[in-house]
Design a binder for this molecule. Structure first.
Ligand code: 0RA
Length: 628
């Protein structure tokens, strides 16, 4: 087999692979994928423009459904390619990954689905042609489904240089082959903003519509365009560009009176929807520079957050990075970590200078941010107020509460029960007239063990506050409490200890008068039930159990049952041992008990690790539920 035949087989295999799995190369075969074909070809001309050899690109939608992309660059080389034994332009048109991805041009566009190469477009086209104006002649070649059907031929004389690639997408591959003027218009306009001085025109021969984009002002004009229907709070767009450490950075920004703002970011002409290193660097520097300006001018007392500074701001950040790494779900997040610091440094320096030279813009941006900060704080206050108010005023009792029939406080009791299963038993066991049951889900409390103000946001705890009816914190009024006895009924295990500590801390910090007036109790469910003949004895501790067996059963009980938890008791047992006012044992919780719980809570939930470890060592039993 000659080298030529081997080469031909390789090319055919490559084209077949693309046609077999087109989505792997262009993302999809819907309208989005279809338009990607155009962007792929345009990207090659933009590369030629970035190299400084091209300033005009023309895109035409033809009547036959094909699209052509022409540029006035140097023209793709037409001389024989040594390795591939065919003209270089034929290599670019037919060999996968040739002419882009793997050679290291200064700013290759190889993010996401871009940069797969013109050969992929060719493979997915019913037909394609390339015309290279170079060396005084027009060189032309035609392809069908990616395969050359003519040799590269000189078809005319040419005085200028340039490349035109025209292709008709294959209807066997694409769901739709109809190009949209407005879709192409949007991306081409964006590319013209991003590449200042580059003229990009779009013509639709189906209806004669036409538009040309050329922006000498780059991102300055992009921001003006974005703010066209908004009200800027300063006249000029903040603008600068700089190359540092091999990275080109261009920024345009202008504050408006809008309630929201947007920072658009791009890397190597690709819109980085997921942001990345360049966006982070920009935001950090922006926040810092506006803060230091506001401070030096006495504009704010408190510091401005990033969100304050960006409120109403329209900004575009564009970077050109030699070897961009695109990450994230949609490969639209710039991963190159070195870019962050470079962008931050450039924006720091240039924005500081800009503010010194343009005090009107600086003042407008800083005052707008200060205004945003004031509004943010006021909104937060209002939310907090509303939250407290609704916690206090909410008259609807929580759905999980099984209230008692008695309306008066005197003689009524609320059992706060750990877990829905024990709650269910308690609801069956209770004396409806005077006893109310509120089950608390242990799991929910366990995940909320961080800060007490967060605990107050917990739905279970809010239910409790509503059931008690006496408010919390500043709104607390002990006279409003709906029950005479508040009985915490938890298991004698780690989770029970956690919930008890949390509840006692809540009472201690936010409803202390309830403790002072003696309203709060802990139920004392027994650990063992000892049977001896017709007698049963419920006991709280192992010592007690031994004593009962020794003294009441003459050393030998008929049966000893260990209660593992409240949920394991029958409603009858729960009533007899824990809830029946005649037989139960309650422990009244004093302020001192609750204060101990509060201290434990503080030590265990606080930021300091050393006292926490010490405390856990000393109180291994009670503190078992804490992660260190
Ligand atoms: C490689 C080398 C040279 C030009 C190009 C690529 C080129 C590719 C495309 C694709 C679309 N338009 C293009 N324009 C140029 C030129 C090398 C030289 O002349 O020295």
């Amino acid at each position: 087999m000659s080298g030529y035949d081997a080469e031909r087989i390789q090319v055919l295999e490559g084209l077949q692979a693309v046609r077999k799995r087109p989505a792997m190369y262009i993302g999809s075969v819907d309208s989005k994928g279809l338009h990607h074909l155009v962007y792929e070809v345009v990207d090659n001309s933009i590369d030629e423009a970035l190299a400084g050899h091209c300033d005009e690109i023309e895109v035409v939608i033809h009547e036959d459904g094909s699209v052509s992309v022409s540029d006035n660059g140097r023209g793709i080389p037409v001389d024989q390619h040594e390795k591939h034994e065919m003209p270089a332009v034929t290599v670019v048109m037919t060999v996968l990954h040739a002419g882009g991805k793997f050679d290291s041009k200064s700013y290759q566009i190889s993010g996401g689905l871009h940069g797969v190469g013109v050969s992929v477009v060719n493979a997915l086209s019913e037909w394609a042609t390339v015309d290279v104006r170079r060396g005084g002649a027009v060189h032309e070649q035609r392809f069908e489904r990616g395969e050359p059907v003519t040799p590269l031929e000189e078809v005319d004389d040419a005085s200028e240089t340039g490349t035109q690639i025209r292709f008709k997408p294959d209807g066997d591959i694409f769901e739709t082959t109809e190009f949209s003027f407005s879709t192409l218009q949007g991306r081409l306009r964006e590319l013209a903003f991003l590449n200042k001085g580059l003229e990009i025109s779009l013509r639709d021969e189906r209806d004669g519509s036409e538009e040309t984009f050329l922006y000498e002002g780059g991102l300055r004009e992009f921001v003006e365009y974005l703010n066209e229907n908004k009200t800027p709070v300063h006249d000029d767009v903040i603008y600068f560009e700089e190359e540092r450490d091999g990275i080109e950075i261009e920024v345009g920004a202008q504050a408006t009176d809008e309630p929201t703002g947007t920072v658009h970011s791009f890397a190597n002409n690709i819109k980085t929807k997921e942001g990345g290193a360049h966006l982070t660097g920009f935001k950090t520097a922006l926040t810092r520079v506006v803060n230091s300006y506001a401070e030096s001018e006495g504009i704010v007392g408190e510091s401005l957050k990033g969100q304050d500074v960006r409120e109403g701001l329209t900004a575009v950040v564009s970077v050109m990075v030699p070897e961009p790494q695109f990450e994230g779900q949609t490969k639209t997040k710039l991963g190159n970590s070195e870019v962050r610091g470079v962008v931050e440094g450039v924006v720091n320096d240039r924005l500081t200078t800009y503010f010194e030279e343009n005090p009107d813009a600086a003042r407008a941006v800083a005052e707008k941010a200060a205004e945003a900060a004031r509004a943010r704080r006021a909104a937060k206050k209002a939310r907090e107020l509303q939250r407290r108010k609704s916690a206090l005023e909410s008259t609807a009792l929580p759905g999980k509460l099984a209230d008692c029939q008695k309306q008066e406080r005197e003689g009524s009791e609320l059992f706060i029960v750990e877990g829905d299963s024990a709650g269910g038993s308690a609801k069956q066991a209770r004396k409806r007239e005077t006893q109310a049951i509120l089950p608390l889900s242990g799991k929910i409390l366990n995940v909320e063990k961080h800060r007490l103000d967060r605990v107050l946001e917990n739905d279970e705890i809010r239910s409790l506050i509503t059931a008690l009816g006496c408010g919390v914190g500043d709104d607390f009024d002990a006279d409003e409490v709906r029950y005479e006895n508040i009985i915490i009924m938890t298991d004698a295990d780690v989770d029970g200890a956690h919930i008890r500590t949390l509840l006692l801390t809540l009472f201690y910090r936010h409803m202390r008068p309830l403790l002072e007036r003696g309203h709060v109790y802990a139920a004392q469910p027994p650990l063992y039930r000892v049977r001896c003949g017709s007698e049963t004895y419920d006991v709280m501790t192992e010592e007690e159990r031994e004593k009962v067996v020794e003294e009441k059963c003459n050393g030998k009980a008929d049966n000893v049952q260990r209660f593992k938890g409240l949920g394991e008791m029958t409603p009858q047992q729960l009533w007899e041992t824990t809830m029946d006012p005649e037989g139960r044992v309650l422990k009244r919780i004093t302020v001192e008990d609750a204060s101990a719980a509060d201290r434990m809570f503080s030590v265990l939930m606080g930021d300091k690790v050393a006292p926490r470890k010490q405390f856990i060592k000393e109180n291994a039993d009670e503190a078992e539920w804490v992660d260190i």
